[in-house]
Design a protein around this ligand. Sequence first.
Ligand code: DP6
Length: 349
Amino acid sequence: WVVMATGRSPTNIAVIKYWGKRDEDLILPINDSISLTLDPLHLSATTTAAVSPGFFRDRMWLNGKEIPLSGERYQKCLREIRKRANEVSDEKKGLKIKKEDWESLHVHISSYNNFPTAAGLASSAAGFACLVFTLAKLMNVKEDLGQISSIARQGSGSACRSLFGGFVKWTMGNNADGSDSLAIQLADEAHWTDLVVIIAVVSSKQKETSSTSGMRETVQTSALIKHRAETVVPARMLKMEEAIANRDFASFAKLACSDSNQFHAVCLDTSPPIFYMNDTSHRIINLVEKWNHSEGTPQVAYTFDAGPNAVLISPNRKTAALLMQRLLYQFPPNQETDLTSFVVGDKSI
Ligand code: DP6
């Protein structure tokens, strides 16, 4: 016999950034963060997990290619889900997997992400969210999505926010074991349907410094990061939650842009400095800043993760269309720039 489960998780884009860990093993952050979950149409991971007495070890395939599951992050996710597994039975098929059987049964996992190969966008958030979500489904784990998110967090920090749709907060928590460092939904995908997210792919090259090592170096060498984590982010979190609750785009945009800029400033304050943005990223910031300034109120928000690609958020479709036009005019398609648009999307399913 074989028992299977399938799940799908979208990616998320942080508007208040997670950067820096206080515990590297458990992946516990030094500050809270907030993100938008994108619709899974273009950027999501789909995973199928299967269990059978005929499987002799845990194995995983990513986009059709087998990858080693030996990494500590994968092992932790598997271990934590197995610990919480429950009985699975199907009377018609005469099947019964007892709670204690899960320890000795092995799983085969196949995961695909539909990220355009040239997108140069991180897929680890959607990937780990989907892995943990699907294993939890397979093993009949009863814990709520928040608890599941704290397991996904141990795969990749930002993954915990992809379990929920809409607007999501990752609370850093206080407990030493990380049990209260988890994702909470602030508002679902129906809360602010006018928003349009445009991703301007500036370069599809792999980033030179991974988020994991980049944030480690920042925590070790930057003086600015302490000020950011202790003073700036706590105040910003409150304002961002308020802006989202009130669908206040002007405030939302100001906070998102400032937070992205401060994240890149702490990267610059790292020794040796980390440069994630390039000239094109800077030109996109200029374009948006000038436009927002000339209108007297923000028309568009920008945010950049650990790479040069721009994530642009507009308050409605009309502005999004104008933005697309301006971007295409300034960055003709013969350059590397590629544009894709999204709406705020649903949770893992
Ligand atoms: C810049 O979640 O990829 O995207 O926890 O080490 O796996 P690890 O890092 P990761 O870092 C994401 C950093 C960011 C900001 C964010 O998503 O909040």
